[in-house]
Design a binder for this molecule. Sequence first.
Ligand SMILES: NC(=O)c1ccc[n+]([C@@H]2O[C@H](COP(=O)([O-])OP(=O)(O)OC[C@H]3O[C@@H](n4cnc5c(N)ncnc54)[C@H](O)[C@@H]3O)[C@@H](O)[C@H]2O)c1
Length: 346
Amino acid sequence: MPAARPSFAVITGEQVADTLTGNEKLVVEVVEETYRLHGRGDSVNPPSYFLRFPDRPSSRIIALPASIGGAKSTDGIKWISSFPENVAAGIPRASAVLILNDHDTGYPFACLESSIISASRTAASAALAADRLSTPARGGRPRRVGFIGTGLIARYIHHYLQATDWAFDAIGVHDLSAEHAASFAGYLGDTSGDAAVTVHDNAEDLVRGSDLVILATVAGTPHLHDPSWFGHNPLVLNVSLRDLAPEILLASTNVLDDVEHCLKADTSPHLVEQLTGNRDFVDGTLFDVLEGRLTPPADRPVVFSPFGLGVLDLALGRLVHDQLHASGRLAVVDGFFHELDRYGRK
Ligand SMILES: NC(=O)c1ccc[n+]([C@@H]2O[C@H](COP(=O)([O-])OP(=O)(O)OC[C@H]3O[C@@H](n4cnc5c(N)ncnc54)[C@H](O)[C@@H]3O)[C@@H](O)[C@H]2O)c1
């Protein structure tokens, strides 16, 4: 960490991937510990700030400032763009940087490529929630999984489930784009052992045939309306947040990552609050589940809606930074901070 003379490092996506790959279980542990710190109030995580553009309504850039306590107190901000049209142009939708600031001096000490950190923390959070919500009373870990929306986040969630020892008999995929669904099915065929991979051309078949449903689309408004599709009480990871109509949430147990964060920006939980005028449908947070205060019943669907917390990005960014530092691979930018004497003395 910066001592007398602050330093600044730039960490590439390649370094992030090298550090996190193979350490998925550690990443899930770090995410769990961060949820616990946040749940105990040892964090500052103000609302995300959405920068939108009148001339490009489908695009946005979000700022997620945050501060975490614990043994490795860190402040910082993630600045993440979502430009869905990128996909047709051949590059991923999301791109991001993460700035880490020193807890004692406020000096920024690292800038990290952060699309991988963001996808990894999202997937680790999904894998953690899936594990803790698949209680014995609910039949344990589902073996039939279905992905609605088959982009980069779907791939990361599948990877984190596999890396945390999930095994599937059947994997369903559905996407508005047949090309995306086929590409993801091809990826699953190469990585998923004996699991039968099926592309569904409609969402209903996928939902009805899956006990774990993963929503990772870029839908802006609900397109899944019929609660009867969820009559077999699946576990739903509502990662893309806006696919489910209020009536489905009202028939489910609802677990959020953070209530204040989730009830914003026209997410499905936010739509329920607007419809009902209250928050009675919220059963609790993932922290409540981790602490044993909330056990989901077996006779309703369970919907986990994670808004995505900046503290998770900070925790993973700090992990990557510290591992690179410990192994002598941190690329420090010489002279980044130049004006370090108030009176210009050399
Ligand atoms: N909650 C969180 O913490 C968190 C974090 C990261 C990303 N996300 C969300 O995850 C989602 C997926 O991100 P990505 O990077 O994989 O995007 P992506 O663009 O790579 O993939 C999205 C896919 O969804 C498909 N799609 C769009 N509308 C659909 C619909 N109605 N039905 C079925 N498929 C549909 C698209 O064709 C595309 O293949 C985004 O909404 C993003 O905001 C959430």
